[in-house]
Design a protein around this ligand. Structure first.
Ligand code: FAD
Length: 562
C-alpha cells in the first residue's frame, strides 16, 4: 500500500512557492534501478528546452553526477537546418528528429512534456505547465532546481508588421508540416479547371520575407521542387505562372556572409528564376498580397509602395524572445537587450543568484561592460600617466582584454591594424578618447554572436564540460567540509570558434569561413549534405536521411497532400 505510484504527478506532492503550486520531483518512481535512485542525492539540474543547446549539454554532461530533468513541449530534437528541405518533401520529417528520451537516457535523466512559464528564483522553483493530451488545460506545478539551464531558443521577430497571421513561419516541425500542406494545397487548387488564370497566378506566387539563410534556403528548395517535379506532373501549370520572390530589407541577401557569397547566391537565383527584391521593407500582409516599400535610389526621394500578389508568404526575418525568456527578463534588474536574456562570459544569467541560472543558444546574449574594463585598464596601462598609451602598452592591454573576453581573440589578432585604425591624429599614441571609441566597437563585436545552431551547440557543450569539472571539484571540497566554488574559480569563460557558415542555394551550396568563401554546383551541394549528415545526433537519422536523398534522386519528391 505504501508503494510510490509510477506517475509522480498523481502523488499529491507537497505544495509551495509564491503561488502555492504542487512541487514535483520527476524521479520518485521506486521501480528505478540502483544508479538512477542514487542520482536523487545529486544536484538537481533542470534543462528547459530540447533544441541544439540543450542536446549538446546533455551529450557532454558527466553521466552520474547530476539529477537531470529536461522540460520541453516537443518530445523530440529537430535538426533545424534541414527543415526547408522537409517543407518540399526532399527529406521526410521523421529523418530529422531524434526522441528526447533517447538523449536524456544517457544521463539517466527525466523528460517532462511541458513548458516553463515562470520562475521563483528565491526558492529555486521553476514553474511549468505539463501537457496531458487527454486534458484540455495544462497542469501547472513547480520543479525544484539547484542549477537551471535555459535553452528555449527564439521566436520570429514580427517587426510590428500588420497581417502576420496570414504568413507561415519556419521554426519547428509543425511549421514545416503546415507549409508542405499549404504548398500542395495551392498546387492542387491551381490545377483545377475551375480556377481562373488570375487566381492561378496568385496561388502560384510564393513570397519569402527575409533574405537570411532560412529564407534563402527555403526559396531554393521551393524553386528546385517547382522545376524538378511540379512542371512534370501538373500539366495545367505553366512555368511562366510560377513565381518565387525573396524580399530583403538590405541591399544583398545572405548579408552576414561574405560579399562574394551574396553575389554568387543572387546570380544563382537569377538563373533559377528566383526574384530577389532588395532594399524593400514589408509594410503589410493581407490574405492575397504583400505590400512593400522600396527604397528610392535617389537621395531624399520618398519610398515607392508596391503590392505583390501572393498565395503563400513565409515570414523569416530575425529573432525575438520566447515568452518564458521575456518573463525571466521582467524579473531581473538591468536587462535591456530586446531579443534575448543577457548572460556573462560563463553563460550565467545576469542579475540571477550566482551559479544557479544559465542561458544558452538563441535565448541568450552575452553582455560585456567594456566601459568598466576601460576604466580599470586605462589606469593600469597608461604607465607614465601622460593620458595616452603607446603601441607597447596597447599590446599588454590587448593581452589582458583577450584573457577577460576570449571572444575578442579573432578581432585582436591584428594589433597593429587596430592601433593604426584608432590613432586618428597619427601621433603613434592612443588618447583616452581614441581608446574609448575602440572599446565601444569591441563591445559590439563581443556581443554580436549570431543566432545559430553552431553557437547554441558550442555553448551547450561548454556548460556540460563546466558542470563536469564542477562535479569533480565539489566532490573533493565537500569531502573536506568546504563550500562549493564559484564558476570563475575552476573554469574558463566561453570561447566561440566559428567553423564557417553553410547555405543551400538550389542544387548548389555556399560555404564561408573567416573571409574564405567556397561556392559551387553539385560538388558543393554534396559537401553541404555530407556536413549535415555527419552532424546528425544518431546513426538512425543518418540512415534515414541517406535513404531520403536516394529516394528523391530516383523517384522525385512525393507530391501527395495529407
Ligand atoms: P532551439 O534549437 O530552437 O530549441 C529551443 C527548444 O526550446 C525547443 O525544443 C522548444 O520547443 C523549446 N521551448 C521553447 N519554449 C519553451 C518553454 N517555455 N519551455 C520549455 N521548452 C521550450 N543554424 C545554423 O547554425 N546553421 C543552419 O544551417 C541553420 N539553419 C536553420 C534553418 C531553419 C529553418 C531554422 C529555423 C534555424 C536554422 N538555424 C541554423 C538556426 C538554429 O536552428 C538555431 O540557432 C538553434 O536552433 C538555436 O538553438 P537553441 O537550443 O537556442 O534553440
Amino acid at each position: 500500500a505504501d508503494r510510490v505510484p509510477a506517475n509522480p504527478l498523481s502523488l499529491h506532492p507537497r505544495r509551495g512557492g509564491k503561488k502555492n503550486l504542487p512541487i514535483i520531483e520527476a524521479n520518485l518512481d521506486d521501480e528505478q534501478d540502483e544508479v538512477t535512485r542514487s542520482l536523487k542525492e545529486k544536484p538537481r539540474l533542470v534543462i528547459v528546452g530540447g533544441g541544439w543547446g540543450a542536446v549538446a549539454l546533455l551529450q557532454s554532461l558527466p553521466t552520474q553526477s547530476y539529477n537531470v530533468t529536461l522540460i520541453s513541449p516537443q518530445t523530440y530534437f529537430a535538426f533545424t537546418p534541414l527543415l526547408p528541405s522537409a517543407c518540399v518533401g526532399t527529406v521526410e520529417i521523421r529523418s530529422l528528429v531524434e526522441p528526447i528520451r533517447k538523449l536524456v537516457a544517457r544521463v539517466r535523466g527525466h523528460y517532462l512534456m511541458g513548458a516553463a512559464v515562470d520562475v521563483d528564483m528565491s526558492e529555486r522553483l521553476l514553474e511549468i505547465e505539463v501537457y496531458d493530451d487527454d486534458k484540455q488545460q495544462p497542469t501547472r506545478c513547480y520543479v525544484p532546481y539547484d542549477k537551471l539551464v535555459i535553452a528555449v531558443g527564439s521566436k520570429s521577430n514580427d517587426h510590428g508588421v500588420k497581417g502576420l497571421e496570414h504568413c507561415y513561419q519556419l521554426k519547428t516541425v509543425p511549421d514545416a508540416q503546415a507549409i508542405r500542406r499549404k504548398i500542395m494545397s495551392n498546387l492542387e487548387k491551381a490545377a483545377l479547371p475551375t480556377t481562373t488564370p488570375e487566381e492561378r497566378k496568385t496561388l502560384l506566387s510564393f513570397v519569402v520575407c527575409g533574405g537570411g539563410p532560412t529564407g534563402v534556403e527555403f526559396a531554393a528548395e521551393l524553386s528546385d521542387m517547382m522545376a524538378e517535379d511540379v512542371l512534370k506532373y501538373y500539366p495545367r501549370i505553366l512555368d511562366s505562372e510560377i513565381s518565387v520572390k525573396v524580399i530583403q530589407s538590405r541591399d544583398h541577401i545572405l548579408n552576414t556572409y561574405s560579399e562574394k557569397i551574396s553575389e554568387y547566391a543572387e546570380a544563382r537565383f537569377k538563373r533559377n528564376d528566383v526574384n530577389v527584391i532588395v532594399n524593400a521593407r514589408v509594410q503589410e500582409i493581407t490574405p492575397d498580397k504583400v505590400v512593400i516599400s522600396l527604397k528610392s535610389e535617389k537621395e531624399g526621394e520618398a519610398p515607392k509602395i508596391e503590392e505583390i500578389p501572393a498565395g503563400f508568404v513565409l515570414w523569416s526575418t530575425g529573432i525575438a524572445m520566447q515568452p518564458f525568456t521575456r518573463r525571466l527578463v521582467e524579473l531581473l534588474p538591468n536587462q535591456f537587450h530586446s531579443k534575448a536574456v543577457q548572460v556573462d562570459a560563463f553563460q550565467r544569467v545576469e542579475g540571477a543568484p550566482k551559479g544557479t541560472i544559465y542561458a544558452i543558444g538563441d535565448s541568450a546574449t552575452l553582455h560585456v561592460d567594456m566601459l568598466q574594463d576601460l576604466l580599470e585598464l586605462w589606469d593600469r596601462y597608461n604607465k607614465n600617466s601622460d593620458d595616452s598609451i603607446d603601441f607597447e602598452e596597447w599590446q599588454l592591454m590587448a593581452a589582458e582584454i583577450k584573457k577577460r573576453h576570449p571572444l575578442t581573440k579573432t578581432y585582436l589578432s591584428k594589433l597593429q591594424g587596430i592601433f593604426e585604425e584608432y590613432d586618428k591624429d597619427h601621433d603613434e599614441k592612443l588618447s583616452l578618447n581614441e581608446v574609448a571609441a575602440m572599446f565601444q566597437a569591441l563591445g559590439k563585436k563581443v556581443t554580436s554572436l549570431p543566432a545559430t545552431a553552431q553557437v547554441a551547440a558550442q555553448q551547450g557543450k561548454y556548460l556540460g564540460k563546466m558542470f563536469k569539472k564542477l562535479a569533480q571539484q565539489n566532490q573533493t571540497l565537500r569531502e573536506n567540509g568546504m563550500p562549493d566554488l564559484d564558476d570563475e574559480a575552476y573554469y574558463k569563460p566561453f570561447d566561440y570558434r566559428h567553423l564557417g557558415s553553410l547555405a543551400y542555394i538550389g542544387n548548389s551550396a555556399v560555404f564561408d569561413y573567416q573571409g574564405w568563401s567556397v561556392t559551387g554546383g553539385l560538388l558543393a551541394m554534396y559537401a553541404w549534405r555530407s556536413i549535415y549528415w555527419s552532424e546528425q545526433t544518431s546513426m538512425r537519422t543518418r540512415v534515414l536521411l541517406m535513404i531520403d536523398w536516394i529516394k528523391r534522386g530516383i523517384f522525385g519528391r512525393d507530391l501527395s497532400k495529407f
